[in-house]
Design a protein around this ligand. Structure first.
Ligand code: FMN
Length: 125
């Protein structure tokens, strides 16, 4: 397959008002780099910065908990409190330095077992 078949991949595109420099997306891939309480770490900054340097137009941070009432998983990020803004901000700044955009995959709870846990919490069998 010739590279000139992929020219559109390297063209910029608008998603709403957001302009991506190309159509390459680094998908949500869990790393478990979050710290003890679920905060973003320097490892995250280095990891996503490297993906941006690699040229992805859009990067997705996987599986970030917006609610931790039903529990948490080790190494996963959370944004259910303002104290987690700082770490996310550091990742975003590092990615923007390379003109890439970054999105967060929001997660309500703790993954595949969530439905069972939600039912249990609500007393539904
Ligand atoms: C190690 C690993 C972790 C992943 N974690 C997530 C995740 O947290 N959320 C998600 O939606 N997809 C996750 N995925 C799926 C990827 O986002 C992506 O959809 C998939 O890897 C792309 O398909 P491919 O591997 O067939 O190219 C993960 C994939 C891998 C290999």
């Amino acid at each position: 397959m010739e590279m000139d078949q992929f020219t559109r991949l390297f063209e910029s595109i608008f998603i709403g008002r957001m302009n991506l420099k190309n159509r390459i997306v680094f998908p949500a891939v869990g790393t478990r780099f979050a710290g003890i309480t679920g905060e973003a770490t320097q490892l995250d900054v280095d990891h996503y910065s490297a993906r941006a340097m690699g040229g992805a137009g859009l990067i997705i941070i996987p599986w970030v908990q917006v609610d931790t009432k039903l529990g948490r998983k080790v190494g996963r990020h959370r944004i259910d409190s303002d104290e987690y803004i700082r770490g996310m901000h550091d990742i975003i700044e590092a990615v923007h330095l390379n003109d890439s955009k970054i999105a967060i995959q929001l997660s309500r709870s703790i993954g595949k077992g969530s439905l069972r846990l939600i039912r249990k919490a609500k007393g539904i069998s």
